[in-house]
Design a protein around this ligand. Structure first.
Ligand SMILES: N=C(N)NCCC[C@H](NC(=O)CCC(=O)O)C(=O)O
Length: 447
């Protein structure tokens, strides 16, 4: 019998992890602008979460971070000379652009790509489309290298199909799996792929947020569904509630999350909720479905945003029950921890909550679910994944040593212009590509 499961591929935090206040519309990012960061602690928090999930019996993968500062992008913008000249000129003449080219943001791999498992696609392969992330300049420089890393990780064209990211324009703004979730009866069965978008790019008469930007368009979501060969009857497009985007819900995974036959969402998450849920019920079919709605009087939208209650991972454990992987911020908020304690007593598949400290990520607006890209697969497909990218005792030790050797304890935004930091970080990444056996995925390795 073929075994099916869902793997989580977490982004490894890079050696230049920092807080630059780059994401307008993402409240945590703005509030922590210029705070001191700890790249070493951040990377270790991430590794610990990966290892804990592997120890729970889940398949856990590792996605490499990007090279930052991104000297290549700075050169494209006209800064020239030696690498040190480029850093100095950019940092002094155009500090905002420089900081954008130093962002830690590739660690949130929920935004790396949209993934459709083979059970859903016409050709029976797993499809990947890197997100173009056009809405934020600092993120728009990710998709090329993201594509390289995904291809080096899922490197077998018998099973994996890689697409180019969508055209780089706001009309096709695509934020990847953060706005995509999949419901299914079992991972290996045909699922229902739910794409959540913020606006219609080609129709201004449709509702849209007025304060903060909608990063995902319906046209982008539809393009990804076409590329992946999904059938219309197995896809639902839902508009996110624009009023919530204006309150700081910049991705759908800040306000709803799904796993197998469970959709966990806030009462205010979607526009036209009743008809949306009706569509989900109808397309999901005659199977057991748990639509778990959290009402505003149980948890307010503001508490949901500050604790990331919905940026939790819902995972299925070996015995079939589900656990919620939550940031420790949820435990520290009375309304939210009370809600979660009650939830596990109810008649749903979710039976336990596990809290993790991911505060280094939370300060930039990234919870446990932002840190992972889900890939549902068969045992045969897993065997075709680059084995060095899978977490186990040995890789955990190797990567912790690697972090200890190369990462700084503390980093300020001013440190980013230090040419020595660039050397340190390239040395670290070069070694990482050997540990994970990725080949030359970074521009600095390709010259
Ligand atoms: N919800 C999901 N899936 N991902 C969270 C991404 C957080 C990221 N923060 C940042 O890019 C902030 C970087 C800074 O300010 O330094 C973003 O807004 O795109």
């Amino acid at each position: 019998m073929t075994q099916h499961f869902e793997a989580n591929f977490d982004g490894l935090v890079g050696p230049t992890h920092n807080y630059a206040g780059l994401s307008y519309g993402n409240v945590a990012s703005l509030n922590n602008a210029s705070a001191l960061s700890s790249p070493k602690q951040a990377a270790k928090q991430g590794l610990k979460k990966m290892k804990a999930l592997a120890d729970l019996g889940l398949v856990q993968g590792i996605l490499a971070p990007q090279e930052r500062p991104d000297v290549n992008s700075l050169r494209r913008l006209g800064f020239s000379g030696t690498d040190a000249d480029v850093l100095f000129a950019a940092a002094t003449q155009a500090p905002a652009i420089f900081q954008a080219c130093c962002s830690a943001s590739s660690m949130w791999t929920a935004n790396a790509a949209t993934v459709s498992p083979s059970a859903d696609t016409k050709d029976g392969k797993i499809h990947f489309t890197p997100a173009n992330l056009t809405n934020k300049f600092h993120r728009s420089i990710e998709p090329q290298v993201t594509g390289n890393i995904l291809q080096a990780t899922f490197n077998d064209d018998r099973y994996f199909s890689h697409h180019q990211h969508l055209p780089d324009n706001d009309h096709f703004g695509d934020e990847g799996a953060a706005n995509h979730t999949r419901l299914c009866n079992a991972y290996g069965e045909q699922g229902l792929e739910i794409f959540v978008y913020g606006k219609h790019a080609f129709d201004n008469s449709k509702p849209a947020p007025t304060k903060f930007p909608a990063r995902q368009t319906i046209e982008a979501s539809q393009a990804v569904a076409r590329l992946h060969g999904l059938k219309d009857e197995n896809v639902v497009y839902i508009q996110q509630n624009p009023a919530l985007i204006d309150q700081g819900v910049f991705h759908n995974d800040v306000i709803s999350v799904g796993n197998q036959n469970v959709l966990f969402y806030h009462q205010q998450a979607f526009l036209d909720s009743a008809s949306v849920l009706q569509q989900i019920r109808q397309k999901f079919g005659d199977k057991d479905l748990h639509l778990i709605c959290v009402n505003s009087d149980e948890v307010s939208v503001q508490d949901a945003i500050s604790t990331y209650l919905f940026n939790t991972q819902i995972v299925t454990l070996a015995d079939g029950h589900m656990a919620i992987i939550a940031p420790s911020n949820c435990q520290e908020n009375q309304a939210v921890s009370h809600y979660l304690a009650k939830l596990v007593e109810q008649n749903t598949p979710i039976k336990e909550v596990k809290y993790f400290d991911v505060k280094q990520s939370m300060r930039n607006g990234g919870g446990p679910a932002c840190l992972r890209l889900r890939v549902a697969m068969t045992e045969q497909e897993r065997a075709a994944v680059n084995p060095n990218t899978l977490m186990n005792d040995k890789q955990f030790d190797t990567l912790n040593h690697w972090v200890d050797k190369h990462y700084r304890d503390e980093l300020s935004v001013d440190d980013l212009r230090d040419p020595q930091l660039l050397v340190e970080s390239r040395t670290a990444l070069d070694q990482l590509t050997q540990i994970l056996q990725l080949g030359a995925v970074y521009p600095f390795q390709q010259v």
